[in-house]
Design a protein around this ligand. Structure first.
Ligand SMILES: Cc1ncc(COP(=O)(O)O)c(C=O)c1O
Length: 416
């Protein structure tokens, strides 16, 4: 693995496998076909916008920059409810034995009088650990399905994140521990109380539910494909994906790689973006230890990415298939937040939060800052490149968003 660090941005160039990927069954398009159909039956479902930033692209000498704006998802300001809603609904459908109807009809299969009665009798309660967005998605879906939810949050949780979850009717507890330790607390509380643990990362002997959650993210890829076709635009060559435990990134890699292959499009390069303090996926890929861990409570504004242990069901895939792992300081996220709010004239403005913006922040810095040319070369960005970023959250903590807009977490002087 070749590595290079410039102005605190560290790029690890991976050597992705060249042979066609053999993806696990649960990542297969046939298994994820009912997912978008289910999401379409949920209240407030709308495909999230695919934005084009042609002026940033032109200024940076590439063909196009695209952003899929997941802040618009279900009015929840982040993409995460896609995973929890699909997983929780599937689990409920299993419990009351309406899986076949559920696969065809989605939510309606859980809302017939008989289904409602069966669900009431079962008294199912959900439980999870979260640094914010996943827990909000679990609380939202639990309320939709009429079930209680218990949500555990780590040290450093911003009060807004906690309040947003409590406002959906969930019981919320700040453990004062690291994210990894909080996941362990949620798991033991679930076991002790007979709650269903809905965790967006794997644990020893706990992989089926994270797999369902990751399947839930496939709706992003399905919509993207439809939007690319509708726009008649070029296919992305570079996909920037921010990672906490890597579940979202691993899922998107699998779904997009398969979808692109089915279209006959060349496979894009996947760039995995993490906070410097907790770049656990980069560490796993670099060391070959898929369980590599960054212990303790780490500091970064990117709360959703502040996870020390990669998700075991996708980490091998990321290590095998990602082109690049990038470890980025907070200023990269803040740059993306500012660029989204104040784009180049003519490009659309949107709201990107601290965990939603690092992919765009890194892409923009590589395009805008000649001093980063050596890193740009490692990513092979050129006039034919089409960059795709996911804005995975909006202003989930308005104070941090405002602080970034006011110049907080500035670029190093050499880059500004
Ligand atoms: C906004 C946002 N983006 C990205 C991620 C990363 O997802 P994952 O933990 O699956 O890597 C998260 C995780 O919570 C998030 O909240």
């Amino acid at each position: 693995m070749q590595t290079k660090e410039l102005y605190q941005i560290k790029i690890y160039q991976n050597q992705p496998a060249k042979t066609p990927a053999a993806f696990a069954d649960w990542l297969n398009p046939q298994q994820t076909a009912p997912v978008q159909r289910f999401h379409q039956t949920l209240p407030d479902y709308q495909p999230t916008p695919l934005l084009a930033l042609p002026n940033l692209a032109a200024a940076g000498g590439v063909r196009q920059v695209l952003v899929k704006d997941e802040a618009k998802r279900f009015g929840l300001n982040a993409f995460k409810a896609l995973g929890s809603s699909w997983a929780m609904a599937s689990l409920l459908a299993d419990r009351i034995r309406v899986q076949a109807a559920f696969q065809n009809e989605g939510l309606a299969a859980l809302q017939t009088p008989a289904a409602r009665q069966a669900l009431q009798q079962q008294q199912i309660a959900f439980c999870t650990a979260t640094d914010g967005n996943h827990g909000r998605g679990v609380a939202w879906a639990a309320r939709l399905f009429g079930c209680p939810a218990h949500v555990y949050m780590p040290a450093g949780t911003e009060p807004e994140r906690l309040q947003n979850i409590a406002a959906l009717g969930a019981q919320v507890c700040n453990t004062g521990l690291s994210y990894d330790e909080t996941v362990a607390v949620a798991a033991s509380q679930a076991q002790a109380n007979g709650w269903l643990l809905v965790q967006d990362t794997s644990l020893p002997d706990y992989t089926a539910i994270p797999q369902l959650i990751i399947q839930g993210y496939s709706t992003i890829a399905a919509e993207l494909l439809e939007q690319l076709h509708a726009q008649g635009g070029p296919a992305p060559t570079h996909v920037f994906l921010q990672a906490g435990v890597g579940s979202m990134a691993g899922g998107m890699l699998a779904f997009l790689a398969q979808a692109f292959a089915a279209q006959g499009w060349p496979p894009p390069a996947f760039i995995i973006v993490e906070p410097t303090a907790v770049a656990c996926c980069a560490l796993a890929a670099q060391t070959g230890n898929m369980q590599a861990q960054i212990a303790g409570v780490q500091q970064t504004i990117m709360a959703g990415l502040n996870c020390g242990t990669p998700c075991s069901v996708v980490m091998p895939l990321l290590a095998e298939r990602a082109a690049v792992f990038a470890a980025c300081p907070d200023f990269v996220a803040a740059h993306g937040m500012r660029l989204a709010a104040n784009p180049l004239p003519g490009d659309p403005a949107f709201v990107a939060g601290e965990s939603g913006a690092p992919g765009l922040g890194l892409a923009a810095l590589l395009l805008q800052k000649p001093r980063l040319q050596p890193l740009r070369q490692m990513l092979n960005l050129n006039a034919a490149s089409v960059l795709l970023c996911l804005n995975t959250e909006g202003d989930t903590v308005p104070r941090i968003w405002r602080q970034a807009q006011a110049g907080g977490w500035p670029l190093p002087p050499e880059l500004s």
